[in-house]
Design a protein around this ligand. Structure first.
Ligand SMILES: *Cc1c(COP(=O)(O)O)cnc(C)c1O
Length: 384
C-alpha cells in the first residue's frame, strides 16, 4: 500500500517500514555499522558510509516524510542541528523574519551564531500576518514560524504566512514540534520546510535527542541532504530505531495528550488562585478560530500565571509538584513543568521576553498521558 493513500495511524505504524529483505525481520533492524562492503570501487547496494546513509535512518526519514505529507525526510542529531542546516542554505546579507515568541535555543543559534556570519534576523509578532509585510525586502529569504508558539501558545496562520512568503519569494519553515504531524501538517498549508525537535512528541518517551526536516521540493531536499552529510550532525541507528518505535503510538499518545490537556486547561482557568491560562482551545484565545482551522485538536501544552504574579509564588508551586516533574523538554508520556524565564528561554534577553509578553512568573506544563484524576490532584495540592 502506498503511504500517501494511508490514514495517519496506519502511516505512523507502516510508512517506510518494510520487512528486512535479508531476514524477514518485521521491525527495522538497528544497522549498527559505519560502513558497507563494495564489490568493486563505487559498486554497492546504495549504502557507502553511515554519515551519508543508514538503513535504519532511511526507514525513519521515509516515515517522517509520510506523516508530514512531504516527499523527503531528513533527520539530524538534534532539533538545533536541523535548524542549523536550514540556516546554512542562506548566504551573508540574507534576511530572516522570525516570530518573536519562539524556542530559546532557536533564538540563540540565530543571534549568537548566524548573526555573526552576516545573516540578519527580525523578530516580530505574527499573530496578525500582515505585520510581516513591512519587514520584507529584496534580501528576505526565509520566514521562520513556530505555532503554537513556545511558551505563550500563540497561534500563527500558516496559510496566510505562506502566501506572504510566496509573494516575497522567500521560503517558509514551520517548527511543528508543539503541534506534531498528527495535529497539523504545514506542507499542506503551503510551507516549504517542516522542522521538528524529534526529542519531544515524535520520540515521545524522553529518551532520545533528535531533529528532523521534511520538504516536498527535490531541489531543497538535495541542498539539505548535502548539508546533512557535509556538516555531519546525523543521529545513530539506535536512536533512529527508538524514534521509529515511539512513532508507532504517536496518534494514540497525542489523542490522550489533547484530552488531558483540555481537562487541565479548564481546571486551571476555573481555579481561584490562577490568573491567565494560555491554551489555544479556549474560545476566547485571540486566534482560536485559526487553531480550529489548521489543527485537528489543541494539544497538551499549557502555560499559566498565578494571580499572585511573583516568581517566588510560581517557584513554590513548581517545587510542590509530585507528578509534574520540573524539567526542560516536553512531549513525553510523563507530565513535566518548566519555568521558561530561567530554563528554556533564559537565552532570550529580558527586554525581548517582555516585548513578546513572556512574564517571569509563567509556568509551562507539558501534560502527559497519565490518568487525569492523578494529574488534577497534583495540581490541586501544588497550587493549593
Ligand atoms: C526543543 C525544541 C527545539 C530544539 O530541539 P533539540 O532537539 O532540543 O535540539 C526547537 N524548537 C522547539 C519548539 C523545541 O521545543
Amino acid at each position: 500500500m502506498q503511504s500517501d493513500s494511508m490514514k495517519f495511524g496506519t502511516k505512523a505504524i507502516h510508512a517506510g517500514v518494510e520487512p528486512d529483505p535479508s531476514t524477514g525481520a518485521v521491525m527495522t533492524p538497528i544497522f549498527q555499522t559505519s560502513t558497507y562492503a563494495q564489490s568493486s570501487p563505487g559498486k554497492h547496494k546504495g549504502y557507502e558510509y553511515s554519515r551519508t546513509h543508514n538503513p535504519t535512518r532511511t526507514a525513519l526519514q521515509q516515515n517522517l516524510a509520510a506523516l508530514e505529507n512531504g516527499k523527503h525526510g531528513l533527520v539530524f542529531s538534534s532539533g538545533l542541528a536541523a535548524i542549523d542546516a536550514v540556516i546554512k542554505t542562506l548566504r551573508p546579507g540574507d534576511e530572516v523574519i522570525s516570530t518573536n515568541d519562539l524556542y530559546g535555543g532557536s533564538y540563540r543559534i540565530f543571534m549568537r551564531v548566524f548573526a555573526n556570519y552576516g545573516i540578519k534576523f527580525h523578530f516580530i509578532s505574527m499573530q496578525n500576518p500582515a505585520n510581516i509585510e513591512q519587514y520584507v525586502n529584496a534580501n528576505t529569504k526565509l520566514i521562520w514560524v513556530e505555532t503554537p508558539t513556545n511558551p505563550l501558545m500563540n497561534i500563527i496562520d500558516i496559510k496566510a504566512v505562506a502566501q506572504i512568503a510566496k509573494k516575497a519569494k522567500a521560503l517558509l519553515c514551520v517548527d511543528n514540534t508543539f503541534a506534531t504531524p498528527y495535529l497539523q501538517n504545514p506542507i499542506d498549508l503551503g510551507a516549504d520546510i517542516v522542522m521538528h525537535s524529534v526529542t519531544k512528541y515524535l520520540g515521545g518517551h524522553s529518551d532520545v535527542v533528535m531533529g528532523a526536516l521534511v520538504v516536498n521540493s527535490d531541489e531543497l531536499h538535495e541542498q539539505l541532504a548535502f548539508l546533512q552529510n557535509a556538516c555531519g550532525a546525523t543521529p545513530g541507528p539506535q536512536d533512529c530505531f527508538l524514534v521509529l518505535r515511539g512513532i508507532k503510538t504517536l496518534h494514540l499518545r497525542v489523542q490522550r495528550h489533547c484530552e488531558n490537556g483540555a481537562v487541565v486547561a479548564k481546571y486551571l482557568s476555573n481555579h481561584p488562585k490562577v490568573g491567565k491560562v494560555y491554551w489555544p482551545g479556549f474560545s476566547d484565545h485571540p486566534n482560536h478560530h485559526v487553531a480550529a482551522l489548521q489543527m485537528r485538536d489543541f494539544g497538551g501544552m499549557i502555560s499559566f500565571v498565578l494571580k499572585d504574579d511573583s516568581i517566588e509564588a510560581a517557584i513554590q508551586v513548581m517545587e510542590k509538584f509530585k507528578l509534574f516533574t520540573l524539567a526542560e523538554s516536553l512531549g513525553g508520556v510523563e507530565s513535566l513543568c518548566c519555568h521558561p524565564t530561567s530554563m528554556t528561554h533564559a537565552s532570550i534577553p529580558k527586554e525581548e521576553r517582555e516585548k513578546a509578553g513572556l512574564k517571569d512568573s509563567l509556568i509551562r506544563l507539558s501534560v502527559g498521558v497519565e490518568d487525569i484524576e492523578d494529574l488534577i490532584s497534583d495540581l490541586e495540592q501544588a497550587i493549593g
